[in-house]
Write a protein that binds this ligand. Structure first.
Ligand code: BGC
Length: 350
């Protein structure tokens, strides 16, 4: 494994952003940056051995402060909280509203906008980088001081293991995810599309949403609907179908309730053209599949490529949206004395 830490860039306020690179003997590599603990580059071979970068991102640091979470770790609460409001242990909390009437992805300055402290680590699974962050009591309106770490390990067989750990001094909602946008063909700009990618999601139910993308009262079966990905299906196959839920989100932007529990498969993405496959496993209950509906070509990313609608998609392992207001959902409360510990693994093959 080849390892290298270099200066990636300097932010307008003078802070230095480092880039941590791990390249295995296959020539597959992952590059991580301190800002947002983000995956800046993830390059893996296709069936003829051609290595290409399969994630959206930037060649410089400042755009990461504005962009919609490209490659970043998202928290303290990934996804939406209705009206940015919740109650916990008898206290009411109001968060910043940064997505219509709701709070999205930790608020105005969530984990993705923070500078994390990186260090090399050796783990039983292989070498990696651990990013640590202190989120103070009251950060973005959330209770409790939280210390959080995200450890990325890159293996010789191109598995990216992402281990999350956190503790809090007071009870707080806690929901963390990795927010990479993937295009397994290699990111090919405005003409690029993930509509031909084949997606599998082992989930019998998903969470229908209202017009602000907050889950409705009840889950729905995927059976006989555009939301059934239990066997591999092209992302674009049912996107154009007349489904009220697709109209509300402008495509897929929903949470699937992954069948089973424990560390298990949550998604498989396959690009028939290149042969690249991504398998995702996680111990978290839900998966947000977002089909890049809001990308509109205005953002210019790496090498100046404009990121058009559906040029990439996100597959985010997480607790369900609006969990702090939903006693019927798995409890995402992190309590003092408890250790939050969770693993998501991205395996690349071809
Ligand atoms: C959300 C989308 C949002 C996107 C921003 C996704 O996790 O589900 O609604 O637009 O993040 O990048």
């Amino acid at each position: 494994m080849h390892r290298e830490c270099t200066i990636f860039d300097t932010l307008p306020d003078g802070r230095t952003v480092r880039r941590w690179r791990l390249r295995n003997d296959e020539g597959a590599e992952v590059c991580l940056i301190d800002l947002g603990a983000a995956i800046q580059r993830l390059a893996v071979p296709d069936r003829s051995g051609i290595v290409a970068d399969v994630v959206l991102g930037f060649d410089s640091a400042a755009p990461y402060l504005e962009a919609p979470y490209f490659g970043a770790v998202v928290g303290r609460f990934a996804n939406r909280i209705r009206n940015g409001r919740f109650e916990l242990e008898g206290n009411a909390y109001q968060l910043a509203l940064n997505d219509g009437p709701n709070s999205l992805h930790g608020g105005a300055r969530g984990f993705d906008k923070q500078m994390w402290a990186g260090e090399w680590v050796e783990t039983g699974d292989g070498p990696g980088v651990r990013f640590s962050l202190d989120s103070p009591d009251g950060d973005e309106g959330y209770p409790g001081a939280v210390t959080v770490s995200v450890t990325y390990v890159w293996t010789e067989d191109s598995r990216l293991i992402v281990d999350y750990a956190a503790r809090s001094t007071r009870a707080t909602p806690f929901n963390i995810t990795q927010h990479s946008y993937f295009n397994l063909a290699g990111v090919v700009g405005s003409e690029g599309s993930v509509l031909d990618h084949e997606l599998t999601i082992p989930a019998s139910r998903y969470l229908p949403i209202d017009e602000t993308l907050i889950p409705l009262a009840a889950a729905a079966p995927v059976q006989d609907s555009a939301f059934d990905f239990r066997t591999a299906k092209a992302v674009g196959r049912d996107l154009g179908s007349q489904h009220e839920q697709l109209a509300l989100a402008g495509g897929f932007d929903h949470n699937w309730i992954i069948d089973g529990s424990g560390f298990r498969p949550v998604a498989r993405l396959h690009d028939p053209a290149s042969g690249r496959t991504l398998d995702i496993r996680s111990d978290l209950p839900g998966l947000q599949f977002y089909s890049g509906n809001f990308l509109d070509g205005t953002i210019a990313g790496k090498a100046g490529v404009h990121y058009g609608r559906r040029c990439a998609l996100a597959l985010e392992t997480q607790y369900f949206p609006d969990s702090p207001n939903r006693p019927d959902f798995p409890d995402c409360t992190l309590r003092p004395g408890a250790l939050f510990s969770s693993r998501t693994m991205f395996t690349f093959s071809c």
